[in-house]
Design a protein around this ligand. Structure first.
Ligand SMILES: Cc1ncc(C[n+]2csc(CCOP(=O)(O)OP(=O)(O)O)c2C)c(N)n1
Ligand SMILES: [Mg+2]
Length: 562
């Protein structure tokens, strides 16, 4: 047997050829040889995050911001399972993660060795594909197999759609005899040709004829990464009196004519659907936050619903129970083709929506004038005070919902873990994002989400452009807002999980600048100092009253329709 771990060097070289530059590493013995050999490659930047759950989300945030594959690397056993939450988020949000888990050779699984579990295909339901690599590359056959598997794994992170891929890497002992690791010879990294799918002319003409002949068309843009540059294409299709475009902050589309605050506009619309029901619904992008629009369109179904989605794992994604056609193209590829054939129609459909939007905007403004100190008031101040051009991560649960109630005429880029809507990695994801850019990255989080993911702070790589805004309303306020839970006495301890924790101790333990506000005036004053902190990451804790916050939001929707 030759010495060293030649396969690790092969793995590193293929990853580099595939453009993987960042590896988020969690400590362990089985993966130690990988860490040691990877560190010899200047092309690979290793980032250390001890907690694998947080590490997975840090990598997710980096991958999103860089728009490229980021690797994570951990040891064997339960360490690997801790990647689960980030992997499922990356899967549903289509973010490329290259997940490397070190393992024992297959003959040693379930034989009483410590820190050993069945790792092969561990993330079966939430992975583009899993690869079990050979435990050595000593024969030409194994080298051929190894290179092929790793090449395919890296390509599957980005093709046909982006997502997480798992590479299980068995390593035999000795683990630390690495100095004689030979230079890998004859690496064969296969590639994949770039291409785009197009609709046939017949199919395109059929869609154009339906579209151009209809006077009521609705477009809903789901979550889109800020890197997409779709505004101009979208405008070509929506600049039309018979078309209305509904977006959310997380769609990252800009334009004054869109309906951005969906819930505000559609509240109470059911009885007037004659003027608002679309005949054709066109959707693209990822998750939609608004539960109200889903409920509305499931009830008042359009005659045609076309969903643009190239992901074969989500073949007929029928969110509105009205799907008639899946268009298996990327959003830009479809819009590019479609923009060539659409013609503006006449009609009052856009005007109907625009007038309703205007009326509701006035109601919104009136309501805000008389707001007491509460979560909604804090959001109003924040969205006026966060610096222009910032990246804003909206945590689950209510931060991402409050953000949909404001108009955001200012220039923000929005991110949110809406793949699985978990509260378990929102701060870590934003931390990873901030590491990958020089721009300001703010995460707005609730208290339960913050304390849940407090290991996000346990990280030597946190950057001073990273700003955490914590809305501490003493528990999961969402459970006071949702209709239902508040009727039951167990709501407080078991759902809201009410508490009186403060974050100052955590901030000081992890070396963050700490700022605090407990009313509107303090918040306005402190924001500037908070954003001026340039030496270290900063945490702004905003204390808000639980009961008033929930009541204000519930009353907001009543006020809109009164
Ligand atoms: C991993 C995970 N566990 C549980 C939930 C269910 N959940 C949704 S919101 C929430 C409470 C969030 O509270 P907080 O972060 O304080 O936000 P608030 O509702 O007060 O704004 C919980 C437990 C979840 N989304 N993800
Ligand atoms: Mg809370």
């Amino acid at each position: 047997m030759t010495e060293g771990k030649e396969q690790i060097a092969r793995l590193a070289e293929i990853m580099i050829r595939k453009g993987i530059r960042n590896v988020v590493v969690s400590p362990g013995s089985r993966n130690a040889p990988v860490v040691i050999l990877f560190s010899r490659y200047t092309e690979l930047k290793l980032v250390s995050v001890a907690d694998e759950r947080s590490a997975g989300f840090v990598a997710l945030g980096m991958a999103q911001m860089l728009n490229e594959t980021v690797a994570v690397l951990c040891t064997s056993g339960s360490a690997a399972i801790n990647y689960g939450p980030a992997i499922s988020e990356a899967y549903y949000q289509k973010v490329p993660l290259f997940v490397i888990t070190a393992d024992r050779p297959v003959e040693w699984i379930d034989q009483g060795d410590g820190q050993t579990i069945r790792q092969h295909n561990l993330f079966a339901n939430y992975i583009r594909k899993s690869y079990q690599l050979p435990s050595d590359t000593q024969t030409p056959e194994y080298r051929w197999y190894f290179d092929r598997q790793v090449s395919e794994a890296a390509d599957r992170c980005v093709f046909p759609v982006q997502g997480p891929v798992h590479v299980n890497l068995p390593l035999s002992e000795p683990l630390y005899n690495l100095d004689n690791t030979p230079e890998p010879q004859g690496i064969r990294a296969m590639g994949i040709a770039q291409g785009e799918t197009r609709l046939t002319d017949d199919q395109l003409n059929e869609l154009a004829s339906l579209w151009n002949g209809s006077s009521r068309k609705m477009v809903i843009a789901g979550q889109l990464s800020p890197n997409h540059g779709l505004d101009a294409l979208v405008k070509k299709i929506t600049d039309d009196p018979s078309v209305i475009l509904l977006t959310e902050t997380t769609s990252n589309l800009s334009g004054d004519s869109h309906i951005l605050c969906i819930d505000r506009v559609i509240e109470g619309i059911g009885s007037e659907m004659d003027s608002f029901q679309p005949e054709i619904l066109l959707t693209f992008g990822g998750a939609i936050v608004s539960k109200k629009i889903k409920a509305l369109l499931r009830k008042f179904r359009p005659a045609h619903h076309w969903h643009v989605n190239p992901d074969p794992d989500e073949f007929h994604l029928d969110t509105y129970k009205s799907l008639t056609l899946t268009i298996p193209l990327t959003t830009s590829s479809f819009l590019f083709q479609f923009a060539e054939v659409v013609k503006a129609a006449t009609g009052s459909y856009f005007i109907n929506w625009a007038s309703r939007k205007k009326i509701r905007k006035e109601r919104h403004k009136d309501y805000l004038k008389q707001l007491p100190w509460c979560d909604m008031k804090a959001y109003e101040v924040l969205f006026n005070g966060i610096p222009d051009g910032s990246h804003v991560h909206l945590s689950n649960s209510t931060p991402v919902r409050y953000a949909q109630l404001f108009d955001h005429q200012r220039n923000f880029w929005f991110w949110s873990n809406r793949g699985t809507s978990g509260i378990d990695g929102c701060v870590s994801t934003a931390a990873g994002s901030a590491m990958a850019t020089n721009e300001t990255v703010t995460v707005i989080t609730g208290d339960i989400g913050f304390f849940y993911d407090s290991n996000a702070l346990w990280n030597h790589h946190l950057t001073p452009n990273f700003k955490i805004i914590l809305i501490n309303n003493g528990g999961g306020n969402i459970f006071r807002i949702l209709p239902g839970p508040d009727k039951y006495p167990v709501m407080g301890p078991f759902l809201e999980t009410a508490h009186s924790l403060h974050a100052d101790g955590l901030a000081s333990n992890f070396g963050l600048g700490y700022f605090v506000a407990s009313d509107e005036k303090q918040l306005e004053e402190v924001l500037q100092a908070f954003y001026a902190e340039s030496q270290r990451p900063a945490l702004l804790e905003i204390f808000t009253p639980a009961e008033a916050s929930a009541e204000t939001l519930k009353n907001y929707f009543k006020y809109l329709i009164s």
